[in-house]
Design a protein around this ligand. Structure first.
Ligand code: EAX
Length: 321
């Protein structure tokens, strides 16, 4: 009897110790010193500070725990705690987010950040719950541009026949189909070696990701299409969040807001400095682009979206001032 009581007491003591300090894993697919990496570090620092050390963080960058689709699945089954991800594969889980992935939808960074920080962004974060995800905050990846190894791209016709990696996102694949490229969906951690081995000719990503991933080593041409804004979102696992008090949950939301701000600041910095850096690294940069031609063709993706989801959300985003 005495022995059993001791056992129970020991177990209880261990549980208290575990609660006293809980290590949170925060994962993403880009390099440790990237815009996401900076955001992950700020998340950890803020969480540690607010909780007075009750929560500590472990940063898992560069796809060490898988691509973005794997990470989102990890949140749903509780094998990952917090993830910073683009909306790339998210529409496969939360179809409502496809509304954010249409080409030439957001006019500029102010428009995108305004929408995501306002009512629409909050509605979409709340939606995540229906799909076993907890939306903490909208962060940022940035406007995406096309790189390739073959030739300068100035018009949609230049994309003809190019095998171009896209994210695993129906709206993006549709847009690149319409542009005349051969869209090849692929998880991000595979992209560098696929480019290096010539399995694909090109890819598209924001300046942040192009610089952080050393794509200039394997891609000679950069075209500043800015064809689509790429949001990022900070998501948590319901397995983690459901076990927390309201106060603790609040710390996670605050940490995510601080993280998003730091990431956006890095996106802004690289929009200003990154293109010159890529030129220095040998990339040839095309700025004279027939963007109207791209935008006109991209309307096909809007029809595909509207057929399935209606056009109300698109209009709300377009009309946001
Ligand atoms: O979220 O897959 C991609 O191209 C993303 O932009 C990247 O992983 C950062």
């Amino acid at each position: 009897m005495r022995y059993i009581l001791t056992g129970i007491a020991a177990t209880a003591a261990m549980a208290t110790a575990a609660q006293a300090q809980q290590e949170i894993t925060i994962a993403h697919t880009v390099a440790e010193d990237s815009h996401y990496g900076i955001g992950a570090e700020v998340f950890i620092e803020t969480l540690e500070e607010l909780s007075d050390g009750a929560f500590t963080g472990s940063h898992s960058p560069a796809g060490a725990l898988g691509g973005e689709r794997d990470l989102i699945e990890g949140l749903q089954i509780g094998s990952v705690d917090v993830v910073i991800t683009s909306t790339g594969p998210l529409g496969n889980f939360v179809p409502e987010t496809y509304a954010l992935d249409l080409p030439f939808l957001f006019r500029d960074y102010d428009h995108a950040r305004g929408v995501l920080d306002g009512e629409i962004g909050q509605e979409l974060l709340d939606k995540m719950e229906e799909y076993d995800l907890v939306g903490l905050a909208w962060s940022e990846n940035g406007f995406r541009h096309v790189t390739n190894s073959q030739a300068p791209i100035e018009t949609p016709a230049d994309l003809e026949g190019l095998s171009l990696r896209t994210m695993e996102n129906e709206m993006h694949m549709e847009a690149f189909n319409q542009f005349g490229a051969n869209p090849t969906p692929m998880a991000f951690p595979e992209v560098f070696s696929a480019l290096q081995q010539g399995v694909i000719d090109g890819q598209e990503n924001p300046i942040t990701v192009i610089t952080a991933s050393n794509f200039s080593e394997v891609q000679g041409h950069l075209t500043l299409t800015g064809h689509v804004y790429s949001p990022a979102v900070i998501l948590a696992s319901p397995f983690l969040m459901d076990g927390l008090s309201d106060e603790e949950r609040g710390w996670f939301h605050e940490a995510a807001a601080a993280s998003a701000e730091a990431t956006r600041n890095e996106v802004t910095r690289l929009e200003e400095e990154g293109i010159a850096q890529l030129e220095e690294e040998g990339m040839q940069v095309v700025t004279d682009i027939d963007l109207d031609a791209f935008a006109e063709i991209a309307e096909g993706a809007y029809d595909v979206y509207a057929d399935e989801h209606g056009s109300e959300m698109i209009e709300r985003i377009q009309n946001f001032e």
